[in-house]
Design a protein around this ligand. Sequence first.
Ligand SMILES: [Zn+2]
Length: 579
Amino acid sequence: MIPQSFIDEVQSRTDIAEVIAGYIPIKKAGRNFRALCPFHGEKTPSFMISSQKQIFHCFGCNAGGGAIQFVMLYEKTTFVEALEILASRLGMTLPKTGGESGTFKNKLFEAIAAAVDFFQAELALEKNRAVKKYLNERGIGDETIKQFKIGLSPASGEALVRHLREKGYTLDILEKASLAISRGDGYRDLFRNRVMFPIFDIRSRPVAFGARLWQNIDGPKYINSIEGPLYSKRDHLYGLNFSKDEAVKADALVIVEGYLDMISPFMRGIRNVAASLGTALTEEQIRVIRRYTGNVILLFDPDKAGQSAALRAIDLAVESDLKVFAVLLPEGLDPDTMVRKEGKDEFAKLLEHKKDFFDFKLDLLKSSLDIKTIDGKTKIVAGMLSTLAKLNSEVERYEYIKKLAGCAGVREEILIAEFKKTVPAQKTRFMKTPAPRAVRQEMAITEKVILRFLLEGHAAAVIRKNLSEADFESVLAKKVVTAAFKLYDEGKDFSSTKLLNLLDEETAVAVSAVLIDDDSPLDKDLLKGCILKLRKNRLIGLKEKVKNDIKEAESRGDQARLKELINEYGKINSEVRNG
Ligand SMILES: [Zn+2]
């Protein structure tokens, strides 16, 4: 168990707006901050942060809570791990619990970080001068090696396992961190005699490796870490930890394919670049990009594979409301060789000549099909319409159909008719409608006001004295009040952040919604009025119930019960009158 005092200190020293701003760009909006929600795709921000109340809430997907809850959602961590992240921001370390230091995930992070150090030291050895030379010849100098923590895995095939075992890491940890692999009689290093590129998470912690052959020997050019608790290929964009701030500043992110395609332009001053590390972008990667910018520039090799990857990425990006541009590189060049051969300025010029998705796809189709033939024209039009169908804006779609009509020499009405025929009426939009986290339950205004008094103000004593859980009708309000009263009875004060830690996710979301929704002033009269109203409501409900019970007792002829009930009815009535 982590001492409550530690949790309290971390929470009281943490500012939620600063924490969230460390992950996504936020903008001041009145007393609050606004942002594009990182948990669902959106074009206009419905994600609100209140520094004053130390909560966030998204009206789009109904996510909400305090700083800890944000980190839990964003980093997909447990409560303790989130607390640890917030504590380390403040230079605090989690008190050790029961002799076991750190969580399993932290052990994995530590093991991979130790492997990074080990590989870097190996590369620096005099005997590995040839590898250094190989890297230098490919434009990877000392500065790049340092920044990207590039290293070398030893050829022996067991040096890393031995080294990390000596440092106390278990084989289980080494296997889960994808550093060791079980081989018949024991464990061996997963990576042998390869140039090691650490893959970093958004907080610049290494979570995996890409490993490249540096000699002309048989075997795949690259192998990667096996996916595990820290690393999933679909979610990652290589180098984004270095380039995210530049992507925000430039309001655009350049997407390339490989490690060196990212590293070389970056080191030469094109800083808003990240690599997909695969042929096509994934939905998950697009969601990550959207946290930083709404504009993406795809940079692909001019070969067939590069072209079809670009086309797939275009459809995905269009569908998720990203503005997508594409650039085909000159024949025979990839971003790495291009920037090294032609220099930064030529590279930047190439980016300036980006085409929007429409022109890019149309030109590509026209280069392989003959628009002058009926067959060619039909295929081009069909290809374009299938991408236009992914657009979420009717207006945009209409404008592009008009443009297509002009380019293809087909009347607009015909294209629209064709469009309606080929595109199902209800297309699926994978990011537009997030699954509701909780069934929204309406809370009466009075209940909301009381909750605000309880969570924001210092009216706890009055509320505890005058109301009970039973006075609240909504299940969520009841849960909040029960938890708050429990804290109060234990003699603890309850800031909303403390309370949030005690609530289940659904209830925490309800709390953040109530708090962020309303900034109207709270005064004593309002509190009094609301307390009276809640009590009265309950009494009226009670009266109805007793009335029914009386009828039932009458019909059964139960005189004793009847007397009891009439007595109760009188009591309730006088209570209602006295308010
Ligand atoms: Zn959201």
